[in-house]
Design a binder for this molecule. Structure first.
Ligand code: CP
Length: 307
């Protein structure tokens, strides 16, 4: 594996399967009375968050602590970033405090790549702008494999605001590496122009895609990244691209419903669908800790650190 995890596209099939298999092993520790492993004792993980997060930030913190690493949580709000300090100076300051790994979320696409050129430790991309969110894709693949037993040949439909979604891009890259067939569905205004170069197909018709899906992954409409009107109204969007109980009934019996969170209940997903037995949304959060433990372990620990 590379020293950094910046893009899901950097992972070979062997790398990705190693992470998922390691996460499977590490998930077993969550069922023990004492959940901690000594694997990363003496190592320091810095969580550097310039954008809001609930799941990813807490999950990386839990993962690092379960591996006995020291954890420093940095939030741009309330830091010297508010006084104009640059990403580079912030990163060098944190490195001077002994960071072995920096987990970064940033509003600018490419920020983790820049950071990797400035620090000696490993850099993990926890979401950069509309670009990528590789550990989300890994935890999604982990969840699909656990629920459905395989990834090869799995038909995955990703629905909604693809244009602004780093989750969609990372999932397309990772799932295609792992042999799944991905279809993106959304209004034409929310599908990126460059999608023709992505390893997936595109449809504008959710009702046609659902009966052919083993997995349907609903995405949030990212109003905060929109500077124009991409659809006539929220109600119209929901009518064409929202998943309600009637639409969920069009899925094959074994199919699951996923969402990376945070959800807009009643917009892209109805509350009864989000809370249904087919929904993996809570499992995704739990699996995120195991997958992020695996990523930190493989980047920082390696085989010699296993104990
Ligand atoms: N899925 C996800 O990245 O959620 P957060 O923004 O809460 O981290």
């Amino acid at each position: 594996m590379n020293r950094h995890l910046i893009s899901a596209g950097d992972l070979t099939r062997a790398d990705a399967l190693l992470i998922l298999d390691t996460a499977d092993e590490l998930a077993q520790t969550a069922t023990r009375p004492i959940k901690k492993l000594p694997t990363l004792r003496g190592r320091t993980v810095v969580n550097l968050f310039f954008e809001d997060s609930t799941r990813t930030r807490i999950s990386f913190e839990a993962a690092a602590k379960r591996l006995s690493a020291d954890v420093i949580n940095f939030s741009a709000k309330g830091s010297s970033v508010a006084k104009g300090e640059s990403l580079k100076d912030t990163a060098l300051t944190l490195e001077a405090m002994g960071a072995d790994a920096v987990v970064i979320r940033h509003g600018a696409s490419g920020a983790p790549h820049r950071l990797a050129g400035w620090v000696r430790g490993s850099v993990v991309n926890a979401g950069d702008g509309s670009h990528e969110h590789p550990t989300q894709a890994l935890l999604d693949a982990f969840t699909m494999r656990r629920r459905l037993g395989r990834l090869d040949g799995l038909r995955v439909t990703i629905v909604g605001d693809i244009l602004h979604s780093r989750v969609a891009r990372s999932n397309v890259l990772l799932l295609s590496t792992l042999g799944a067939e991905v279809t993106l569905v959304g209004p034409p205004t929310l599908i990126p122009v460059a999608v023709g170069a992505w390893p997936c197909s595109v449809s504008y018709d959710l009702d046609a895609a659902l009966p052919k899906s083993d997995v349907v992954m609903m995405l949030r409409v990212q109003q905060e990244r929109m500077n124009a009107a991409y659809f006539p109204s929220v109600r119209e969007y929901s009518r064409r691209y929202g998943l309600d109980g009637t639409r969920m009934a069009m899925l094959p019996g074994h199919a699951v419903v996923m969402h990376p969170g945070p959800m807009n209940r009643g917009v892209e997903i109805a509350a009864d669908v989000a809370d249904s037995a087919r929904s993996t949304i809570v499992e995704q959060v739990a699996n995120g800790v195991s997958v992020r433990m695996a990523v930190l372990y493989l980047l920082l620990g390696g085989s010699e650190a296993r104990s």
